[in-house]
Design a protein around this ligand. Structure first.
Ligand code: ADP
Length: 239
């Protein structure tokens, strides 16, 4: 009888870039936070990074404030530099979530030039949401100005209306969630960002399509977990 040698298997995390892709209001930020808790890898939200520059009144912040307020995209070179700096920090060594980047095909090309040499696997999670659902969601959206937690009067209400569950702060409407700005953001998405998903497919990236219109955020997350579990984030290696 042939006896195979004992093989011990361990699970190690491969550096992976989970690219959360979808229109404004598709739930990228909410799903990112679930994934952070699940996998312990950081969320890199270009929107949050840019808002932070505005809050701190940096030169970058001053240069982009008007564009952000109007709901138009900021220049590719600027976000490319911010992301390049962020992904090389030590907490990103096991992988990270890209939330809101890349948003143009030029950004997608730059991302591949950046991540390829770092040996990072790119996996795209495409959150698909019906246009009318998006409009309804964005109207009910509120955010905690202190911890960034997102709420929604329809799908994720706080325990006490208008108050953050976690730190008791008064919730606010994000400046760019005003209706006229929402319209502009959706137009920018159609014109500049939607083509990125076709670019990824043509380039043979792994793209997981997730219907994020109907179910609650927890259920959508459950499906993302099922898609990713054991296949990308955790790799079996023999030692
Ligand atoms: P949402 O995805 O809901 O639109 P974000 O917080 O991701 O919200 O983005 C808010 C704004 O930040 C965008 O409207 C845009 O002005 C700017 N922004 C964020 N990410 C990028 C990016 N990758 N490229 C260009 N502009 C960006």
């Amino acid at each position: 009888m042939e006896v195979s040698p004992p093989v011990e298997t361990v699970r190690v995390a491969a550096p992976v870039a989970l690219i959360l892709f979808g229109s404004p209001g598709s739930g990228k930020g909410t799903q990112s936070k679930y994934i952070v808790e699940w996998l312990g890898i950081p969320q890199i939200s270009t929107g949050d990074m840019l808002r932070d520059h505005i809050r701190r009144g940096t030169e970058i912040g001053k240069s982009i404030e008007a564009r952000m307020r109007a709901g138009t995209l900021v220049p590719d070179e600027l976000v490319n530099v911010l992301v390049a700096e962020r992904v090389t920090q030590p907490d990103c060594s096991r992988g990270f979530i890209l939330d809101g980047y890349p948003r143009t095909t030029a950004q997608a090309r730059q991302m591949m030039r950046l991540l390829g040499p770092l040996g990072v696997e790119e996996v795209v999670i495409h959150l698909i949401v019906d246009y009318n659902v998006i409009i309804a969601r964005m109207q009910g959206r509120r955010v905690c100005p202190k911890c960034g937690t997102l709420y929604n009067s329809v799908s994720r209400p706080p325990k006490t209306e208008g108050i953050c569950d976690l730190d008791g702060e008064k919730l606010v409407i994000r400046e760019d969630d005003r209706p006229e700005v929402v319209r502009e953001r959706l137009e920018q998405y159609e014109a500049q960002t939607r083509p990125v998903i076709d670019f990824f497919r043509e380039d043979h990236h792994r793209v997981f399509d997730v219907d994020a219109s109907r179910e609650r955020p927890e259920a959508v997350f459950g499906r993302i977990q099922a898609m990713l579990a054991g296949m990308v984030v955790l790799k079996e290696v023999a030692v």
